[in-house]
Design a protein around this ligand. Structure first.
Ligand SMILES: [Fe+2]
Length: 394
């Protein structure tokens, strides 16, 4: 196994009805909360009002910032951080999906320093500023997807230059995560599906992108993705299923807790997808669903045995179901189509993917010093173009 550092400082309250635990979390964190929400669905569903009431019960002041967009923009984060400084907030509470949580992390950094959040983002053409401090963060996810509630990462988009990159730092790991699957019950099924693909991608990135046989990380990966597959199938049969939402919520956090550490490998799906959604503003899960089969196909030449096991166990609960790589990848694609993850891009407003532009952006933002993206084999420009052509070229 590869050496690694494992640090999981987030206190997690998990389970249906645990929302109320935010009282304890906030009480132990500060006195003046900056609440970050997305486009207002938490208002419609009454979750925001509930949170406000919990904070009132604890005599905690709050300010609400509404309007974080999907693929949160650095300009929005900066605007919010300025307000958080003005009201002298001493903690940030995110209530929403990955966008609200990632924005909250950016706000926590920028409010503390007073500087542009983009300066802290890992944008390869220049060195990111070190994050010296951040406001403490409490995350209350309303969608199982990004696992941001337990991670040291946030993804921010710069609309001016159409680039989407991460901030990575231990200072932005949430102090508390209140994971109440009940809060995901109002989420439309297509969001849940996109979220499930994101969970799968977080779990399989390093599995797909290296050739090493590592037992604990690999079996943890297989257990998570098979659970996600079963939960998705269950939800499509019964959209009200509480147990399926619970499974997805925990899988989402587990995937980003990195219990499958110890395996080397890069994050090629995310590194290419971030450029795709930065340029076309599509849902992250949708972009991943298009790219994942092609990146797995790219890996078949180098990593076939492991990849066959991965797809066999995901789709059939059987490590040895497949011997034919093409058949396995096609079946994965068919399952993505069946569950509605692989949707027509034209219907999402993308007439044609500019393959050269996406490849250029991916290399610019994510290539290492040797000029490639780490995958099962180094992905140079020609390899990224091959993957993008396989996914979108027909
Ligand atoms: Fe992701």
């Amino acid at each position: 196994m590869e050496n690694f550092k494992f640090q999981m400082p987030t206190t997690i309250f998990f389970g249906t009805g645990e929302f109320e635990r935010v009282k304890k979390a906030a009480r132990e964190t500060g006195k003046n909360a900056f609440i970050v929400i997305g486009q207002g669905s938490v208002k419609k569903n009454g979750y925001l009002e509930k949170l406000q009431n919990y904070l009132k019960e604890e005599n905690i002041k709050y300010t609400v910032f509404e309007g974080v967009e999907p693929n949160p923009l650095s300009s929005t984060v900066n605007r919010a951080a300025k307000i958080a400084r003005e009201v002298k907030a001493d903690m940030v509470i995110a209530l929403g999906g990955g966008s609200a949580m990632d924005a909250a992390k950016g706000i926590a950094v920028s409010a503390k320093s007073g500087e542009d959040v983009w300066d802290y983002c890992d944008y390869a053409p220049r060195k990111a500023k070190p994050i010296l401090d951040a406001l403490p963060i409490i995350c209350i996810p309303t969608l199982a997807a990004t696992g941001s509630e337990v991670s040291r990462a946030a993804v921010i988009t710069n609309a001016e230059i159409k680039r989407k990159v991460g901030i990575h730092n231990q200072k932005i790991v949430p102090k508390f995560a209140i994971i109440d699957p009940e809060l995901t019950k109002t989420v439309p099924v297509n969001y849940i599906i996109d979220g499930a693909v994101d969970i799968i991608a977080h779990t399989v990135e390093t599995y797909v992108s290296n050739n090493k046989d590592t037992k604990v990380p690999d079996y943890v990966t297989l257990a998570i993705i098979r659970s996600v597959k079963e939960a998705v199938d269950e939800l499509l049969e019964d959209p009200k299923s509480v147990s399926a939402r619970e499974e997805l919520s925990w899988a989402s956090s587990m995937a980003m807790m990195k219990l499958h550490s110890g395996r080397p490998g890069g994050w090629p799906m995310h590194e290419i997808e971030h450029s795709l959604s930065a340029i076309y503003n599509i849902s992250h899960g949708l972009g991943l669903a298009w790219l994942m089969p092609s990146i797995i196909k790219f890996g078949m030449e180098h990593n076939k045995k492991k990849l066959l096991k991965l797809i066999g166990f995901t789709l059939h609960g059987n490590l040895y179901h497949y011997t034919d790589g093409e058949k396995a990848v096609n079946d994965l694609k068919d399952w993505f189509k069946k569950i509605g993850a692989l949707r027509d891009l034209k219907q999402c407003g993308v007439e044609k993917v500019d393959i050269e532009a996406v490849a250029k952006a991916a290399l610019e933002t994510c290539a290492n010093s040797e000029g490639y993206i780490a995958a099962s084999a180094p992905m140079y420009e020609k390899d990224i173009i091959w993957v993008l052509n396989d996914a979108f070229g027909k």
